[in-house]
Design a protein around this ligand. Structure first.
Ligand code: NAD
Length: 493
């Protein structure tokens, strides 16, 4: 009734928790409640409060999801590309309609500022739409003849059922990339979003279901991460794995995938260098750098991390950076004024604390921050360290938190050597007005994505991925679709 609708709307306005759905599994088109399954509490990282109880999939659940993926694949690959495209477009439209619920749930469980969740929803819907378009262009080619009357041609086909594992830092963006690529290519997908941020992935799966995705094409499961991934990757049904997360976990999953020759897309960690040359526009570089560094409390794989600033600018850069950082408003992500939220769990906060303490012990200068914030929630102060010795762990290990590291350099070759020193190769950034140098940077920086005078390195049409230990394969761009396709050559005489 209208009264009920009004009461519901009022409750949603005053109580954001009313946006948080029951946590279920989604298997073969069915929403599965906890029952007598094992479960875990999902916590609000800003308050420590329990948001919901997440059921863990049993082996029988995973078997059902796998069987559904096998059957669902046959149904989905036989649909016309334009039919698949229509489902993805409709799902994106439903996400926009349900923006308030999805973004509130995402900020509740990830802690990120609501503005950032809204931007992520915009990006995620654009990713689904990009894949909806690109899936219609999975063209093959016709080769020249070797013999009159003969034909040789190449076709692209969906690789098969995909197992996808996503982390918690972009609870909408990661699922959009993984579901978008596999579904647009005509694959089915068994998907495990992160246990820390399960509601967002489920709400997105609901959009796909309501958009007309046939039952079984997508299943969403949760549990103990290595138990689920080991089980799924040992099944001969799975033909491709897509993983976003840390380098050590990525290596372990690739070993499992090798046993069944499962194709992989690995989007792993980074430790992005930022080279700031003497001719950079200092003020605008500082504005962009601080906003980029503290986005999602630094829990971003392409987060700018090691700043190398020309010695002529270094002191002013540290001073300007620190002054801006001291103004960052830290708080609950649902507060519209918040610019930086908490870290995802207490483990991450403790890891950051250890890395910063180690750097200071090794002789780094602490310019601001450097400690956890007392009270509930996993808050850590936005932190600036400068003149950090290379022996400090934080100069070698991915911090994945709100810490900027600012060192200086005096010539191009030294800066380049330092930028490329680590085994990571995800993102790299440089700020300069010198076009000759821009070309050298593009050629010499060892990274899958390079931003010159910008930290914006991800749009749906650009390939997102790393080199070296940061992984292989790309998501988004034409490369993202290609990663879910196999090549078949056919010759007719
Ligand atoms: P973690 O390695 O325990 O978890 C990271 C993500 O990987 C989580 O979503 C987790 O569910 C998943 N995961 C872990 N083991 C898995 C397994 N065996 N099979 C399938 N999925 C598995 O660490 P954490 O403390 O949650 O995050 C910290 C580290 O993770 C960071 O230092 C960073 O390197 C990495 N990380 C990277 C990204 C990225 O975008 N590349 C995102 C989140 C985390």
């Amino acid at each position: 009734s209208q009264e009920q609708t009004v009461a519901q709307a009022e409750q949603l306005n005053t109580n954001p928790l009313a946006h948080y759905p029951e946590l279920q599994l989604f298997i073969a088109g069915e929403w599965v409640s906890k029952g007598d399954r094992k479960s875990e509490d999902v916590l609000n990282p800003a308050t420590g409060e329990v948001l919901g109880e997440l059921p863990h999939a049993t082996e029988a659940d995973l078997d059902r999801a796998l069987a559904a993926a096998e059957e669902g694949f046959k149904v989905w690959r036989d649909k016309l590309p334009e039919e698949r495209s229509a489902v993805l477009r409709k799902a994106a439209a439903l996400m926009r309609e349900r923006e308030e619920q999805i973004t509130t749930a995402a900020s509740l469980e990830s802690g990120k500022p609501i503005m950032q969740s809204r931007m992520e929803l915009k990006m995620s819907t654009e990713v689904l739409e990009w894949y909806a378009e690109e899936g219609r262009r999975a063209y093959g080619r016709v080769l020249t003849q070797r013999q009159p009357g003969s034909r040789m041609y190449v076709v692209k086909e969906p690789v098969g059922p995909v197992a996808a594992f996503a982390p918690w830092n972009f609870p909408q963006g990661n699922p959009a990339r993984k579901m978008g690529a596999s579904l647009a290519a005509g694959c089915s997908c068994v998907f495990k979003p992160a246990e820390e941020t399960p509601a967002t992935g489920l709400l997105m799966a609901k959009c796909l279901q309501d958009a007309g995705l046939p039952d079984g094409v997508l299943s969403v499961v949760y549990g103990v991460p290595h138990v689920i991934s080991t089980y799924l990757l040992s099944s001969p049904i799975i033909r491709k794995m897509s993983f976003t997360g840390s380098v050590p976990v990525g290596k372990a999953l690739m070993k499992l995938a090798a046993d069944n020759m499962i194709r992989t897309t690995m989007e792993l960690g980074g430790h992005a260098p930022v080279l700031v040359f003497e001719d950079a526009d200092l003020e605008s570089t500082l504005d962009m750098a601080v906003a980029a560094k503290f986005r999602n409390a630094g829990q971003v794989c392409v987060s700018p991390t090691r700043f190398y600033v020309h010695e002529s600018l270094h002191a002013r850069f540290v001073e300007g950076f620190t002054a801006r950082v001291n103004k960052i408003v830290v708080g609950n992500g649902l507060d519209e004024n918040t610019q930086m939220g908490p870290l995802i769990h207490s483990r991450r906060r403790d890891a950051i604390s250890d890395l910063v303490d180690d750097a200071v012990k090794n002789g780094a200068t602490l310019n601001t921050g450097g400690e956890a914030i007392e009270g509930p929630g996993n808050f850590y102060k936005p932190t600036v360290l400068s003149d950090i010795p290379l022996s400090a762990r934080i100069m070698n290990e991915e911090p994945f938190g709100p810490v900027a590291l600012i060192n200086s350099f005096n010539d191009f070759d030294a800066a380049m050597k330092e930028a490329n020193r680590l085994p990571f190769g995800l993102a790299a950034f440089a700020f300069t007005e010198n076009t000759r140098r821009v070309n050298q940077l593009g050629e010499q920086l060892e990274a899958g994505m390079i931003g010159i005078n910008s930290f914006g390195i991800s749009v749906p049409e650009s390939p997102f991925g790393g080199i070296k230990e940061s992984g292989h394969g790309s998501e988004e761009g034409i490369e993202g679709l290609e990663a879910c396709l196999v090549t078949k050559f056919i010759t007719e005489v």
